[in-house]
Design a protein around this ligand. Structure first.
Ligand SMILES: Cc1cc2nc3c(=O)[nH]c(=O)nc-3n(C[C@H](O)[C@H](O)[C@H](O)COP(=O)(O)OP(=O)(O)OC[C@H]3O[C@@H](n4cnc5c(N)ncnc54)[C@H](O)[C@@H]3O)c2cc1C
Length: 518
């Protein structure tokens, strides 16, 4: 079936009080959709998503509206804001398609080393990536800004040049995107086009509150069904038949290893530079000449990109952090107000940001309540480990070279010095952390004072700690977790390609195991 006309998609309030399926998938997000589409090929599958449909929502579909969905704080928003104990504002998806409906669109596969470390079957991994890419991945157009940053990186010695590729390679590359040439987003929900409509039921506004287990004299409890509530709060039950299991795809984000980081610039175009894989990267401030902007704003650049941050909507969360002890409702309102006071012109231009992949700083997560819709308490501990800070500094130095490069000269006013540009960034309301006088002269202080999230949090249900290498939850039967929370760190430049791949990959594996068992 073609999206959005899925005959298998219904509101949860149309569900019977009790129903029975071979597989129950909790969370119709980036992993849940490809998994459901795959398992439906020869089983009955129930996919339960607490949010609504992404189709028809221009804030999701259009590249230019990137900030709109993140700043929509209504209960029906596809984005649920959460604020870390470090004071960084972040987002959880709440919509069919999950984070792929909110994100910046960058698409890149995991490095072969990551695949090896995960113990995955390389051939099936590649087939699964291709299955995903047929529907949702595109080559971005390269315009003036992107070309200038790319050439600046090469001038700065970030080589070799790998051209356009989905692979995660050392050097400079042009990565993929889930936005097509018209700027329309293609999400994991589109992967449901692969589904067998006779095998799949998708329920929207179905919030799972409980997993039911039975013991029956067995050593380990066995999952047997779930309780979910529809939009009116009415309870429904879905039970497993003999096949099982229940699969959680809710991105249960305990982040033991997350992080992220970065910078902004001022007058802004926003590109994120990830040049040496898993190594440092940096950011730099740039002032652009306005007439050149229009051509560059919309697309993605290489390992990097961020077409979307050019939206003058300033409440996107990425740009807003509040120090822990000052995180009162008043302080948050003040932060948002400060951002709204900025003239839209302040956001014409771009940012170059760096992401630190696989930081060694670790954080923690605590549940505050049993309600799955409440945000947990999350602490990222950005830059707790000095090595992470050093990577930020080293990366920044490269970004400085990019900004000073000949290729980039068209985008920089000659009379603006680097410390001046850094100072502009420090003084922009990218966060409300205390600012230090030396932040424009000390890169160490600059990194600390301008830290933000890049939204790639992982680690809540790591393989080996919460699930085994087959993604089965340790200590119980008939329950798996398959989503981004199982990663130790972000695969590739960004995670979504691998999250979608994993949904497909595990769907194929589970079906195969079942057929072999029969
Ligand atoms: C703003 C932003 C920008 C990003 N930019 C990029 C990028 O450019 N490139 C990239 O590769 N990655 C990016 N990411 C990260 C990427 O999108 C995520 O890592 C990925 O989407 C996570 O997938 P997942 O399947 O683990 O979880 P999700 O996609 O979040 O899916 C979880 C789903 O479970 C549902 N759910 C949760 N609890 C329940 C419950 N109790 N009952 C029923 N349903 C429930 C949620 O509503 C959600 O739909 C970005 C993320 C964000 C938020």
């Amino acid at each position: 079936e073609k999206a959005p006309k899925y005959t298998f998609m219904h509101e949860a309030n149309s569900a019977p009080e009790v129903s029975y399926y071979d597989y129950i998938i909790v969370g119709g997000g980036t992993a849940g959709c490809p998994l459901a589409a795959t398992l439906s090929q020869n089983s009955t599958v129930l996919l339960l998503e607490r949010g609504g449909s992404p189709y028809g929502n221009p804030n999701i579909t259009n590249l230019e509206a990137f900030g709109e969905a993140l700043s929509d704080l209504s209960p029906s928003s596809p984005s649920q804001r959460f604020i870390s104990e470090d004071g960084v504002i972040n987002a959880r998806a709440r919509v069919l398609g999950g984070g792929s409906c909110l994100n910046a669109g960058f698409y890149t596969r995991a490095a072969p080393l990551y695949v090896d470390d995960a113990g995955w079957d390389g051939l099936l991994v590649n087939e699964s990536y291709r299955w995903v890419e047929k529907k949702v991945a595109f080559e971005p157009p390269m315009r003036l800004w992107q070309s200038a940053v790319r050439n600046g990186l090469l001038e700065a010695g970030v080589t070799p040049y790998n051209g356009f590729t989905y692979d995660h390679l050392i050097g400079t590359k042009v990565g993929g995107t889930i936005f097509d040439v018209e700027g329309h987003r293609h999400t994991a929900a589109d992967l449901l086009e692969y589904a067998n409509p006779n095998g799949l039921t998708v329920l929207l506004h179905a919030s799972v509150h409980k997993i039911m287990f039975r013991i029956n004299g067995k050593e380990k409890p066995t999952a047997q069904g779930v309780v979910f509530r529809d939009a009116s709060g009415i309870k429904h039950r879905s039970m497993l038949g003999p096949v099982g299991p229940i699969i959680s795809c809710i991105d249960s984000f305990l982040l033991s290893r997350l992080l992220c980081q970065c910078i902004t610039l001022n007058n802004h175009i926003f590109g994120m530079l990830n040049y040496r894989m898993s190594k440092q990267s940096g950011c730099k401030a740039i002032v652009l000449r306005p007439p050149q902007l229009a051509t560059v704003i919309r697309d993605q650049y290489s390992a990097i990109l961020m077409s979307n941050f050019l939206n003058p909507n300033l409440q996107i969360g990425q740009l807003s952090t509040v120090p822990p002890k000052e995180r009162t409702p008043d302080a948050l309102a003040k932060a948002i107000d400060a951002m709204q006071q900025l003239e839209p012109e302040a956001f014409i231009g771009g940012f170059i940001l760096e992401k630190i992949i696989g930081p060694i700083s670790t954080g923690n997560l605590l549940l505050r309540s049993k309600n799955p819709n409440d945000n947990p308490s999350v602490t990222f501990n950005y830059f707790k480990e000095p090595q992470d800070l050093q990577r930020c500094i080293d990366g920044f130095k490269i970004i400085e070279n990019v900004v000073e490069s000949k290729s980039f000269s068209e985008f920089k006013y000659d009379f603006l010095s680097l410390p001046f540009l850094l100072n502009l960034t420090v003084n922009a309301p990218v966060n409300l952390l205390p600012k230090h006088a030396n932040a424009s002269t000390s890169l160490e202080q600059f990194c600390k004072d301008t830290v933000m999230t890049i939204w790639h949090y992982h680690g809540g249900c790591q393989v080996g700690r919460v699930v085994d290498p087959d993604y089965k939850v340790l200590g119980v039967d008939a329950l798996r977790v398959i989503d981004g929370s199982t990663f130790n760190y972000s695969p590739g430049t960004n995670p979504q390609a691998t999250v979608m791949m994993l949904g497909r990959y595990m769907g194929v594996r589970i079906l195969k195991e079942r057929l072999e068992g029969q």
